[in-house]
Design a protein around this ligand. Structure first.
Ligand SMILES: Cc1cc2nc3c(=O)[nH]c(=O)nc-3n(C[C@H](O)[C@H](O)[C@H](O)COP(=O)(O)O)c2cc1C
Length: 148
Protein backbone atom coordinates (compact mmCIF):
# COMPACT_ATOMS: atom_id res chain seq x y z
CA UNK A 1 0.00 0.00 0.00
CA UNK A 2 2.76 2.41 0.95
CA UNK A 3 4.31 2.08 -2.51
CA UNK A 4 1.21 3.58 -4.11
CA UNK A 5 1.20 6.74 -2.05
CA UNK A 6 2.88 9.97 -2.99
CA UNK A 7 4.74 10.99 0.13
CA UNK A 8 8.24 11.27 1.50
CA UNK A 9 8.40 7.67 2.70
CA UNK A 10 8.62 6.65 -0.94
CA UNK A 11 11.29 9.20 -1.78
CA UNK A 12 13.88 8.41 0.86
CA UNK A 13 17.27 7.57 -0.62
CA UNK A 14 18.35 3.98 -0.33
CA UNK A 15 20.23 3.37 2.89
CA UNK A 16 18.85 6.46 4.62
CA UNK A 17 19.35 6.62 8.38
CA UNK A 18 16.84 7.68 11.01
CA UNK A 19 17.36 9.00 14.51
CA UNK A 20 15.01 6.81 16.57
CA UNK A 21 12.59 8.37 19.04
CA UNK A 22 14.04 8.40 22.55
CA UNK A 23 12.14 9.61 25.56
CA UNK A 24 13.99 12.38 27.38
CA UNK A 25 16.76 12.29 24.75
CA UNK A 26 15.66 13.33 21.25
CA UNK A 27 14.64 16.90 21.98
CA UNK A 28 15.43 19.72 19.57
CA UNK A 29 18.93 20.30 20.96
CA UNK A 30 19.91 16.64 20.73
CA UNK A 31 18.44 16.29 17.25
CA UNK A 32 20.35 19.33 16.04
CA UNK A 33 23.57 18.01 17.53
CA UNK A 34 23.13 14.65 15.81
CA UNK A 35 22.22 16.36 12.54
CA UNK A 36 25.27 18.58 12.69
CA UNK A 37 27.68 15.66 13.08
CA UNK A 38 25.94 13.32 10.63
CA UNK A 39 26.63 12.78 6.96
CA UNK A 40 24.17 15.07 5.13
CA UNK A 41 23.36 12.40 2.56
CA UNK A 42 22.64 9.71 5.16
CA UNK A 43 20.54 11.02 8.03
CA UNK A 44 17.14 11.73 6.53
CA UNK A 45 14.61 11.13 9.32
CA UNK A 46 14.39 12.49 12.83
CA UNK A 47 11.90 11.43 15.48
CA UNK A 48 10.96 13.48 18.50
CA UNK A 49 10.68 11.96 21.95
CA UNK A 50 7.12 10.82 22.56
CA UNK A 51 4.36 13.12 23.70
CA UNK A 52 1.23 12.07 25.58
CA UNK A 53 -2.07 12.49 23.76
CA UNK A 54 -3.76 12.85 27.15
CA UNK A 55 -1.46 15.76 27.86
CA UNK A 56 -2.01 17.40 24.49
CA UNK A 57 -5.79 17.19 24.92
CA UNK A 58 -5.90 18.69 28.41
CA UNK A 59 -5.63 22.42 29.11
CA UNK A 60 -3.17 22.07 32.00
CA UNK A 61 -1.52 18.95 30.61
CA UNK A 62 -0.85 20.74 27.34
CA UNK A 63 1.33 23.28 29.13
CA UNK A 64 3.28 20.47 30.73
CA UNK A 65 4.01 18.54 27.52
CA UNK A 66 4.09 21.07 24.69
CA UNK A 67 7.83 21.70 25.13
CA UNK A 68 8.31 18.24 23.64
CA UNK A 69 7.14 19.63 20.29
CA UNK A 70 9.62 22.50 20.31
CA UNK A 71 11.84 22.88 17.26
CA UNK A 72 14.59 25.50 17.54
CA UNK A 73 15.07 27.71 14.50
CA UNK A 74 18.66 26.47 14.16
CA UNK A 75 17.41 22.88 13.94
CA UNK A 76 14.71 23.95 11.50
CA UNK A 77 17.34 25.63 9.28
CA UNK A 78 19.51 22.50 9.20
CA UNK A 79 16.49 20.32 8.48
CA UNK A 80 15.53 22.48 5.51
CA UNK A 81 19.07 22.71 4.19
CA UNK A 82 19.44 18.92 4.24
CA UNK A 83 15.91 17.97 3.26
CA UNK A 84 15.43 15.95 6.43
CA UNK A 85 11.97 14.90 7.62
CA UNK A 86 10.95 15.50 11.21
CA UNK A 87 8.35 13.17 12.71
CA UNK A 88 6.60 13.70 15.99
CA UNK A 89 5.81 10.65 18.07
CA UNK A 90 2.69 10.48 20.23
CA UNK A 91 1.40 7.91 22.66
CA UNK A 92 -1.81 7.22 24.56
CA UNK A 93 -4.71 4.81 24.84
CA UNK A 94 -7.77 6.72 23.68
CA UNK A 95 -8.45 6.83 19.90
CA UNK A 96 -10.48 10.03 20.25
CA UNK A 97 -7.50 11.75 21.88
CA UNK A 98 -5.17 10.43 19.18
CA UNK A 99 -7.47 12.09 16.67
CA UNK A 100 -7.66 15.39 18.54
CA UNK A 101 -3.94 15.49 19.31
CA UNK A 102 -3.06 14.65 15.68
CA UNK A 103 -5.34 17.37 14.39
CA UNK A 104 -3.85 19.94 16.77
CA UNK A 105 -0.33 18.92 15.71
CA UNK A 106 -1.23 19.12 12.01
CA UNK A 107 -2.94 22.50 12.46
CA UNK A 108 -0.49 24.22 14.81
CA UNK A 109 2.95 22.72 14.18
CA UNK A 110 5.25 21.98 11.28
CA UNK A 111 6.06 18.30 11.40
CA UNK A 112 6.33 16.08 8.35
CA UNK A 113 4.61 13.15 9.95
CA UNK A 114 3.03 11.75 13.08
CA UNK A 115 4.21 8.44 14.49
CA UNK A 116 2.03 6.49 16.90
CA UNK A 117 4.08 4.78 19.57
CA UNK A 118 2.68 1.30 19.87
CA UNK A 119 5.59 -0.58 21.28
CA UNK A 120 6.88 0.85 24.51
CA UNK A 121 8.02 -2.09 26.66
CA UNK A 122 8.22 -0.08 29.88
CA UNK A 123 6.15 -1.87 32.56
CA UNK A 124 4.38 1.26 33.71
CA UNK A 125 3.27 1.96 30.15
CA UNK A 126 2.15 -1.61 29.46
CA UNK A 127 0.19 -1.54 32.73
CA UNK A 128 -1.83 1.37 31.38
CA UNK A 129 -2.66 -0.61 28.25
CA UNK A 130 -1.15 1.74 25.76
CA UNK A 131 -1.33 0.95 22.05
CA UNK A 132 1.50 -1.46 21.13
CA UNK A 133 4.01 -2.07 18.83
CA UNK A 134 5.66 0.50 16.57
CA UNK A 135 3.20 0.74 13.79
CA UNK A 136 2.44 3.66 11.64
CA UNK A 137 2.88 7.24 10.71
CA UNK A 138 0.92 9.50 8.48
CA UNK A 139 1.93 12.82 7.08
CA UNK A 140 0.46 15.98 8.49
CA UNK A 141 -1.02 16.57 5.07
CA UNK A 142 -3.26 13.60 5.72
CA UNK A 143 -1.57 10.88 3.67
CA UNK A 144 -1.17 7.60 5.44
CA UNK A 145 2.46 6.80 5.02
CA UNK A 146 3.53 3.61 6.63
CA UNK A 147 5.64 1.86 9.20
CA UNK A 148 8.89 2.57 10.89
C1 LIG B 1 16.66 6.03 26.29
C2 LIG B 1 15.71 5.48 25.27
C3 LIG B 1 14.47 6.04 25.12
C4 LIG B 1 13.58 5.54 24.17
N1 LIG B 1 12.37 6.16 23.99
C5 LIG B 1 11.57 5.75 23.00
C6 LIG B 1 10.37 6.46 22.70
O1 LIG B 1 10.03 7.48 23.32
N2 LIG B 1 9.61 5.99 21.69
C7 LIG B 1 9.96 4.88 20.95
O2 LIG B 1 9.21 4.50 20.05
N3 LIG B 1 11.08 4.21 21.21
C8 LIG B 1 11.88 4.62 22.20
N4 LIG B 1 13.06 3.97 22.41
C9 LIG B 1 13.44 2.86 21.51
C10 LIG B 1 14.30 3.41 20.37
O3 LIG B 1 13.56 4.31 19.57
C11 LIG B 1 14.82 2.28 19.47
O4 LIG B 1 13.73 1.63 18.86
C12 LIG B 1 15.59 1.27 20.23
O5 LIG B 1 16.59 1.91 20.96
C13 LIG B 1 16.23 0.22 19.30
O6 LIG B 1 17.01 0.86 18.34
P1 LIG B 1 18.44 0.29 17.94
O7 LIG B 1 18.20 -1.09 17.43
O8 LIG B 1 18.94 1.22 16.87
O9 LIG B 1 19.24 0.34 19.19
C14 LIG B 1 13.94 4.43 23.37
C15 LIG B 1 15.21 3.87 23.52
C16 LIG B 1 16.07 4.38 24.44
C17 LIG B 1 17.45 3.73 24.59
Amino acid sequence: MVGQLNNFWNQLPEGAFALAPMEDVTDTVFRELILSVSHPAKLKLLFTEFTSTDGLCHAEGYKAVVHRLKVNQSERDLIRERNVKLIVQIWGNDPEKFFRASKAIADDFQFDGIDINMGCPVNKVIAEFVFCPHWSAFTCKGNYSGNH
